[in-house]
Design a binder for this molecule. Structure first.
Ligand code: SOE
Length: 377
């Protein structure tokens, strides 16, 4: 396929993380764009990159082969669609779109055009996550019984914590569910190898009235300053789910963006007939093993004891901490291996993203109807 050139749309929290990952992989980055030409220029200067005036200009650039879409949620669909129509491969931020109708369209479009679509469910890219997956696939836990966990954050705790994710027009109807619930669902299915089949959900809005600034604010930027105005919010700060997976495995999970003290607390625990395992994003280099008749154990990010697929995701020796940035890089690396024709490359696809949209919609429907909802597809 030759040397591919990438370009990144979005210069907030996550766009520059894609740039860093691409640079670590030795993939050329043609440039970056942002919500305004001025902020694109500012960010591009800091990253020593070319600033495109708009995402349309970037997509029109014949020198660009792969578009990284790190724009807000409502722009995932139009940008991904335009990029595919222009013959570019797409690596998109999640959720894939804001409706399953749009995500289905993107899956079909990529297929028709013979292009690849990848999705940044970066938590799949941690060595100990992969180790958990390998141990389950090898039968170490025995028959699986339960899958549970949480994804808790506190960056939207205060009324003046502002971000575009609080605006339905930009983020879609699902907030915590779409932003962080989608990660948890993806991880639970990826690690267990099971499919989520049905959900009973409750959502709630702890802060129905918030304060917003006149200007733009970045993710994790802290409470807004300057002139503020009050506005109403009715999307989910919090959601709890009862879950049914394939093979009659049962589970539960809670997500919140207003849980004081929790920063990026994504946790997944799986219990089987022989043993359990647990992984937490804030202790990314440890995998807890739970046993009934022996001492519980802790597997460290030690290449000498990890399975081969997990070892391949390690870039520094044991005890030399790596986490979030390397996870993103590992997933992006797999996507580019797929672009290079590697059939074994393992990355979240647009088809996965479409199914996650069906899950998000099932959650919202269940929260409305107070009934179990079967996930379509
Ligand atoms: C904000 O909740 C956020 O930045 C998410 O959008 C990311 O996907 C997650 O990795 C960290 O938190």
């Amino acid at each position: 396929m030759g040397k591919l050139r990438a370009a990144v749309i979005g210069a907030g929290f996550i766009g520059p993380a894609h740039v860093e990952a691409l640079r670590r992989l030795g993939i050329e980055v043609a440039g970056i764009t942002a919500s305004t030409p001025k902020s694109a220029k500012r960010r591009a200067e800091r990253l020593n990159l070319k600033a495109y005036g708009s995402w349309e200009d970037m997509i029109a650039d014949k020198k660009v082969d792969v578009i990284h879409n790190c724009a807000p949620n409502h722009l995932h669909y139009p940008i991904n669609k335009a990029a595919l129509e222009a013959g570019k491969h797409v690596f998109s931020e999640k959720p894939l779109t804001i409706s399953s109708q749009e995500s289905a369209e993107l899956v079909a479009l990529a297929e028709r055009r013979g292009l690849l679509g990848g999705l940044c469910h970066n938590y799949r890219g941690y060595p100990l996550v992969r180790e958990a997956k390998e141990r389950i696939a090898a039968g170490e836990l025995g028959q699986l019984y339960h899958i549970h966990g949480h994804y808790l954050q506190d960056w939207l705790l205060y009324p003046a914590d502002y971000n575009w994710r609080l605006e339905v027009a930009q983020a879609g109807r699902a907030r915590a569910v779409g932003d962080i619930g989608s990660h948890w669902f993806d991880l639970a299915q990826y690690v267990s190898g099971l499919r989520l089949e049905a959900v009973l959900a409750e959502t709630s809005t702890a802060l129905p009235h918030r304060l917003r600034p006149k200007g733009a604010v970045e993710t994790f930027a802290g409470p807004a300053k300057g002139e503020l105005e009050e506005y109403s919010v009715d999307t989910d700060d919090y959601a709890a789910f009862l879950l049914r997976f394939s093979h009659s495995v049962k589970g539960y999970c809670a997500v919140s963006q207003v849980a004081a003290g929790h920063k990026n607390d994504l946790e997944l625990e799986i219990n089987g007939a022989q043993s359990s395992l647990r992984w937490n994003q804030e202790r990314p280099e440890e995998l807890w093993l739970g046993r009934r008749d022996q001492a519980n154990g802790l597997v460290k990010k030690n290449p000498a004891i990890l399975s081969a697929p997990a070892r391949a995701l390690v870039h520094y020796p044991v005890g030399h901490t790596e986490g979030y940035p390397s996870g993103i890089m590992n997933i992006i690396a797999q996507f580019y291996r797929a672009l290079d024709g590697d059939q074994q490359a393992d990355y979240p696809t647009f088809a996965d993203g479409h199914r996650l949209m069906l899950i998000i919609e099932a959650v919202l429907e269940s929260a409305r109807s107070h009934k179990w909802v079967t996930i379509k597809g």
